[in-house]
Design a binder for this molecule. Structure first.
Ligand code: NAD
Length: 350
């Protein structure tokens, strides 16, 4: 069942964890450790079922391999998902049981924050394991990574605007932000300051209402945002929102957002390109957070140094746009090839 799974891609290790006392149900997927120990966040989510959770873990962990490789990090790719029952939430016992599961892997997997997780959760888990970063309490504490992710995505959105429209000036541009969580809100703040008109959606309407008040944003129902007239669409919620159907209806001229695994299948970016929509590959532009977490994991955290690394991401994106233009291949395919080239170099060196 696992080896035949549609999302399975030569993953090195998949660990299923169940702790009856705390009712922890988690899946840790280690995709590739050729570049170093696997590094990737843990997602706490109310999955429909365990098959859904497994698919997410397999897909997201492969994305981390590519993201870490392109970001130049000495880490492989992995990701964990914890199946949360909203009625139960994240109890201290559950977080402790999860920390003990991380200890079993003895550093083969180092994790951090993802959707459904906070710095406070990281701090609680950190009490029981050294294999988590993004805390607020340790010597090299790096804290919430979303500020770095949002900064990288914002800079890359400007780069995307320049390639798509010939200008980085966002004054008056209509930008759709899907998901106003840790990253989406900070991105919206920057876009608003740059003069953009924001269309916003979130499953949680308190967030969209707040954006209407604070950013004078236009509130849109989650199922409608991709059908609105806009210049740039910035997906910052969950993944797989770019499907054949949604892209056919998408009115934006470019897509640049933080969400991981935006493409519902690998061919969708080709379809985006056929429709004249410039796609900034997610795992290239949202690497700010992992750069921040990686600095803590390496025990040498310097916020300014990380920001400098984040500011180099747009140059990488531009080279992908250029190569895509020169070869006619989609931007996502080019980003995949670049990451695979880095991994092949490790094979050769071994
Ligand atoms: P978050 O949990 O803080 O926020 C996600 C928000 O998206 C929530 O408000 C949620 O209600 C909303 N949402 C989910 N599905 C939606 C939908 N279909 N329509 C509208 N809103 C929806 O998460 P985050 O940390 O801001 O991360 C957002 C995305 O960026 C995720 O895909 C995450 O994997 C990715 N990402 C985050 C970081 C980081 O530093 N936090 C780094 C890299 C990638």
């Amino acid at each position: 069942m696992y080896f035949e799974h549609v999302e399975f891609d030569s993953h090195e290790k998949i660990l299923f964890i169940h702790d009856a006392v705390s009712n922890l149900r988690a899946i840790i997927a280690i995709h590739d450790t050729r570049l170093g120990p696997a590094l990737g966040g843990t997602r706490f989510w109310n999955y429909a079922d365990s098959a859904d959770a497994l698919g997410d873990a397999l897909r997201l962990s492969k994305g981390m391999t590519y993201k870490n490789a392109l970001a130049g990090l000495p880490f492989g790719g992995g990701k964990a998902v914890v199946l949360i029952d909203p009625a139960q939430g994240k109890s201290p016992a559950l977080l402790r049981a999860y920390a003990e599961a991380l200890n079993q892997l003895d550093g083969q997997f180092i994790t951090g924050e993802d959707v459904g997780m906070t710095v406070a959760d990281v701090d609680q888990i950190r009490v029981h394991t050294p294999f988590i970063a993004g805390s607020s309490t340790t010597r090299a504490a790096s804290g919430d990574p979303s500020r770095f992710t949002a900064e990288g995505v914002y800079r890359c959105l400007l780069e995307t605007a320049e390639v798509a429209f010939g200008s980085m000036d966002l004054n008056g541009a209509r930008i759709g932000v899907q998901g106003l969580g840790a990253v989406g809100w900070k991105l919206a703040e920057k876009l608003y300051k740059a003069g953009a008109t924001l269309l916003v959606s979130d499953l949680d309407r308190t967030k969209t209402r707040r954006a209407v008040d604070v950013f004078n944003a236009i509130e849109t129902a989650p199922e409608w945002i991709m059908r609105q007239e806009m210049d740039i669409f910035a997906p910052c919620g969950l993944g797989r929102i770019l499907s054949d159907e949604s892209v056919a209806a998408l009115k934006a001229k470019a897509v640049a957002g933080a969400a991981n695994n935006q493409l519902s299948h690998p061919g969708v970016d080709q379809f985006l390109s056929q429709r004249g929509i410039l796609y900034a590959p997610d795992f290239v532009i949202n690497a700010g957070g992992v750069l921040n977490v990686a600095a803590e994991a390496q025990g040498d955290y310097d916020c300014e140094k990380v920001m400098k690394q984040v500011h180099r991401i747009p140059k990488r994106l531009r080279s992908i746009f250029d190569r895509s233009k020169a070869t006619g291949r989609s931007t996502g395919a080019i980003a995949d090839v670049l990451a695979q080239e880095i991994l092949h170099q490790v094979n050769k060196a071994a």
